[in-house]
Write a protein that binds this ligand. Structure first.
Ligand code: FEO
Length: 404
């Protein structure tokens, strides 16, 4: 990959991560993820955000700095919008190569520079409204956007070009290859990026949706012409697209969500699975779209993406040792952590000797503020009467979603 110009004085440097390693140690990235950094060249030179030593990203960064005609030792400033190590992991090595670098971050970010990387010199704390003059009429303006994604996070804006360096905000999973801009992709490519931006949001950002809305409000008066995040596409053609998308995602937390149903199921011997078919027939009778995920076979990362956008949630699982099917307990815990709140929901499931999932389930969903339809449980295999009732319940549930 090569460094790419946004304009005559701003360059994109990026590394695509194609790894079996999990992002944040949790989330699979089958479509890869990009780590983006940026060089801004006035009379002084600034590097905005760094990378982690992952999949040869630092080597890619150094090669692309050469493409941009920048000697790594001559960079004057390193602006760190956010200190999570995917953007900073290579900092100690970078500082050894360029010991004179001045590092700019928020005051909280500076504390993390010290604690993560044991760097204690050449540090400058900045706050909202502060500016860094690079000469030639080029300056960087800083705006704190706490908790998008960590408390120390800020964005950097270059007013002359209207480029907003937004770090995690407006980011996405997905590799870029040699095409980094939104206008370099066909519609079908954008469909994949849209899926991956939702999954990224549901996995990484969803817990902070209130802060996302505050951040979008803070930047609304900037004359933004390009959104340049540190993961995913650079939006120079339609920057408002990704802003609107993030606002929609942030609003999913409280609602409204999409009039869709996310079905999450687990089954030990097929009795819950077979009965679920009847419920799904009822949903299909009403033509309400649904997604379906089996746990633990499917990773919770993908379950979260569909659950996060859907107004309806169906949980289908057997009782296991007097409690919930254990993988579902993990999923519901993730729903609580990632604020899958204010949904219509229903639960179905089989039990053997005795029920028991109900009590643990109700405790798990209490913080989620779900509006629950009555659960359906049965002993062993569902009989014909239960299957008919499930189909009817599926219809009723789907109609309730349509009526939202
Ligand atoms: Fe891409 Fe919160 O780091």
């Amino acid at each position: 990959m090569k460094a790419v110009k946004i304009n005559p004085y701003i360059w994109v440097l990026h590394a695509d991560i194609d790894s079996q390693d999990l992002f944040e140690g949790i989330w699979p990235i089958p479509e890869g993820v990009s780590l983006n950094a940026y060089v801004v060249k006035g009379q002084k030179t600034a590097l905005i955000d760094l990378m982690r030593d992952w999949n040869n990203a630092p080597q890619e960064l150094q090669k692309q700095l050469e493409d941009a005609g920048v000697d790594i030792k001559s960079i004057d400033y390193l602006v760190l919008n956010h200190l999570e190590p995917d953007h900073t992991g290579w900092l100690a090595e970078f500082k050894q190569i360029n010991p004179k670098i001045e590092i700019l971050a928020t005051a909280k970010g500076i504390e993390l520079v010290k604690s993560f990387y044991k760097v204690s010199d050449g540090l400058r704390a900045v706050k909202s409204g502060d500016k860094l003059d690079l000469g030639d009429g080029i300056e960087l303006a800083f705006e704190e956007i706490p908790n998008v994604h960590w408390p120390e996070t800020m964005v950097t804006f270059e007013p002359k070009s209207g480029v907003l360096f937004s770090c995690d905000a407006f980011g996405s999973y997905g590799r870029l290859g040699n095409r980094v801009f939104d206008d370099e992709y066909y519609a079908e490519d954008h469909a994949l990026f849209e899926e991956e931006s939702l999954r990224y949001y549901a996995n990484i950002v969803a817990s902070f949706s209130l802060f996302v809305k505050k951040a979008i409000d803070k930047i609304k008066n900037l004359d933004i012409k390009v959104i340049a995040p540190s993961h995913g596409l650079i939006w120079r053609d339609k920057p408002q697209t990704i802003i609107d998308r993030y606002l929609k995602y942030a609003n999913y937390m409280e609602g409204p969500q999409e009039k869709e149903i996310c079905v999450v199921w687990g089954s030990m011997y097929g009795n819950t699975r077979n009965a679920l078919e009847a419920l799904l027939q009822g949903i299909e009778d009403e033509l309400v779209p649904y997604s379906i995920h089996r746990v633990p076979n499917e990773d919770v990362s993908f379950v979260l993406a569909d659950a996060y956008k859907s107004a309806g949630i169906v949980i289908a699982m057997p009782t296991y040792e007097y409690k919930m099917f254990p993988p579902m307990a993990y999923v519901l815990n993730m729903f609580e952590r990632k604020h899958v709140w204010n949904r219509k929901a229903m639960r179905i499931g089989s039990w053997g000797w005795v029920g028991g999932a109900k009590k643990e389930y109700e405790a798990a969903i209490a913080p989620l503020k779900w509006d629950c339809m009555e659960s359906v449980e049965w002993a062993g295999a569902a009989d014909d009467a239960t299957l008919q009732m499930l189909r009817q319940r599926g219809r009723e549930f789907a109609r309730a979603i349509k009526a939202l």
